[in-house]
Design a protein. Structure first.
Length: 276
């Protein structure tokens, strides 16, 4: 398993995402990006110094972690600093005054370990010796596509919200799926997981890698579910929104899963809220 190296990666993630103590949602957003980027840097250092086996495949994946994390944290920081409406929504959803310190501490530890688990397939390939195989390049291609989808989805959403601030984004990638950034995230980590499956050499490595992958997929579906709830409460009376939501898959293109909530219940809640 290489517990010493895993400990170093975890320490790096802990340092990178400690910004969550300022705003606890940053553990899962800005701190998330920082942590993945720093893990990528540490993996590159491990390879460059000869501590672990390094090849072009794992170096490219490690560099992709850096690029992924820098893009994500940069985008989120810019949105929070420049988008007053988003900042207001974030402050409403996440009231740090109500979050006990011990909860923040638990979240800090949990997410730091999770981020190491997510990136572990690349680490295990380095630790076990790195005979790069075709699956590494397949995984790298999937992860690159996922990163591009996330990047273009964020850009398209920002552009469309400027033109139609009272409507969700519906054009471009949003014609294929309502949460293309979450789909891109799943695709990115699917590529990471696939890159390591031929190198896992014991049950422990399989458990770490599989748990990391399952957790991030669950988080993406949960995020899509919470986003849908906010959108229904805000746009539920719009015929245009309902027509779009009822015909566009929520997170996986071509898979006819349109809702992750009880829409009738949410619409009734929105009606009740409007009458108050």
């Amino acid at each position: 398993m290489g517990w010493t190296y895993l400990g170093i990666l975890t320490l790096a993630a802990l340092i990178a995402c400690c910004c969550g103590f300022k705003k606890y949602v940053w553990f899962l957003s800005i701190g998330y990006g920082f942590a993945i980027a720093v893990i990528g840097i540490v993996l590159i250092v491990f390879g460059a110094t000869g501590k672990l086996a390094g090849s072009i495949g794992v170096y490219l994946f490690s560099a992709l972690f850096v690029l992924y994390g820098a893009r994500l944290s940069g985008f989120l920081l810019q949105r929070e600093l420049k988008n007053a409406a988003y900042k207001k929504t974030l402050d409403t959803v996440a009231n740090d005054d109500k979050v006990p310190v011990f909860v923040k501490f638990f979240m800090w530890i949990f997410v730091s370990v999770l981020y190491v688990m997510q990136t572990s397939p690349v680490y295990f390939r380095m630790y076990n010796g790195d005979p790069t195989v075709v699956l590494v390049w397949v995984g790298l291609a999937l992860s690159c596509i996922g990163l591009l989808i996330e990047t273009f989805a964020d850009l398209q959403k920002s552009a469309q919200k400027k033109l139609r601030p009272q409507m969700v984004a519906t054009e471009g990638l949003y014609k294929l799926v309502r949460c293309p950034n979450y789909f891109g995230e799943i695709l990115f980590w699917t590529g990471v997981f696939l890159s390591g499956v031929t190198t896992f050499c014991n049950v422990g490595q399989w458990i770490v890698a599989v748990l990391g992958y399952i957790c991030i997929v669950y988080i993406m579906f949960n995020g899509a579910q919470r986003l849908e709830k906010r959108q229904v409460l805000r746009y539920g009376k719009s015929e245009a929104y309902n027509a779009y939501a009822n015909k566009t898959p929520i997170i996986l293109p071509l898979i006819p899963i349109y809702h992750l909530n009880n829409i009738e219940k949410l619409l009734a809640e929105a009606e009740k809220k409007a009458d108050q």
